[in-house]
Design a protein around this ligand. Sequence first.
Ligand code: NOJ
Length: 586
Amino acid sequence: MKFSLKKFSIAPVIALACFPSSAHKTTPEWIDNAVFYDIYPSSFMDSDGNGIGDLPGIISRLDYVKSLGVDAIWMNPIYKSAWFDGGYDIIDYYQVDPRFGSNRDVKRLVDEAHKRGLKVCLDLVPGHTSNKADWFRKAATEGPDGRYADYYIFADEISAKDSADIRKRYLLEDPDSSKLGPWVPTEEAKAGTPSDGKYTGNFYQKNYYPCQPALNFGFANPDPSKPWQQPVDAPGPKAVRREMKNIMAYWFDLGVDGFRVDMASSLVKTDKDKKETMRLWADMREWLDREYPGKVLIAEWGVPEQSLPGGFDMDFLLIHRSPGFKQITRGSVKDKSVGKDAFFEKTGKGAYDKFVEEYGEQYRKSKDFGYISLFSANHDINRLNSEGRDSPDQIKTFMTFLLTMPGVPFIHYGDEIMMRNVKGLPSVEGSREERSGTRTPMQWDNSVNAGFSTAPAEKLYLPVFTDNGKLTVEAQEKDPNSVLNFTRKLIRLRHEHPALANSGEWKSISDPARPYPWIYTRENDREIYVIALNPGGKAANASMPLTGAEKPVTLIANGNVKVKSAADGISLKMPGISSAILRIEK
Ligand code: NOJ
């Protein structure tokens, strides 16, 4: 029977975005339907009682991960690290940090995950090493002709402004700040020994924290007056590129399925339009498709229209690059362009127009190359249970959104049991207070330390907060209405109904001028799904005229959502903080 969703009767209606989707030709098939689960390894499961999570711990919890219905895991860095930035300051790319176990444990983890039908992606950090890495120590001390000198970016003299930034950072403000100017004085220069050609340079460029010297992938338009600016095909940058391929190959040979790539857009310097950086990744992709077909690359880039044509399979929509994502999720992040309250807050004063506009644009431009990844949170970004979202219904409404949007969704460990984003925790290994709250240990049960570790509480990586035992896997397993079980149902639905999954068409159909409820559709040639979200605290109604429709079926609802269908349309009555997915056969 012919069915067409026309428009809402609630106001003049704008069908904002309707873009068919198809994936990158080299994107492996399993991605087309995949949901990812991200694990911060220090905080998932501690097997040896030292208060810090490890690989055997993760292996022991794979059955749980599988029970969620997800398809793949992404783990933050597990390599030997100086631990000044949660493992993103790598000392040796080829060694697992002893705190997590050994390389053999990675092999075991991958094998055990594969047995369960789960893929495993690691974190590749190509943009920088630790300043304690062998490469850097040799680069800094063996002089300009040393083997590693051009692996990094050194200068003997820098501009007055850059020097002032260094002074501010080092003497006056925060010596460890990731902000202010790119240059950092070498240990030798700090000790008052000018390089005079003996050391490689007085300064090096950092990529994030000062202890993270940038690896040298070259400059987009080298300025001849700045001798450190080498072209991308100079011997140093070429060698670094080769090293990255060798590193990936090593882990692929162990069975790893792909990498999330840290700061993927940062590699080629002074590359404003990112053309050279895209070329670099296209080269990596070409190598990958030839040598390791079927492996995946996930970008931390935040501009899918660049990263996906550049060779990535997926790219995260990053909060700091996306006013639209901020508009719906992060009222606390000050951005005047999108108002104070987030759409997913119970105040009901948010909006989603910017998100639809911005997401729609990126989606249209990148859909033929790969997927945009939305996430519940991650090791840098506040958990879902924050920003005034502190009730199960609110979290369920957000999960309904996350798990019905196109692209490949990522669930941050613990968000499926509504773990809290705790404020006021100490900075641990460079987390700064703002990131500590999203890195607290996974809460398994009501035993000591919520089952995460047998260590004394003061030895834990970060404290646990179970809200009197409510926010644990054990408690929520038993409750059919828990966030955990609701999330499982959503994942199952996504897998059962391809139109709801990664490639189905997406169309926002409600009127953004009256944002509650927000309604969008997912569609393929057989079915249409209507997703209705009312995260605001007040009841909200909507109606959709339709022609010749079969009766809509409510697949899942959070709250008492009333759906009435008559010959001339469907109407929805939604209580405050509710959501629903309806299916309509074509
Ligand atoms: C992004 C990572 O997600 C973050 O945790 C890290 O601090 C920086 N990159 C530097 O590697």
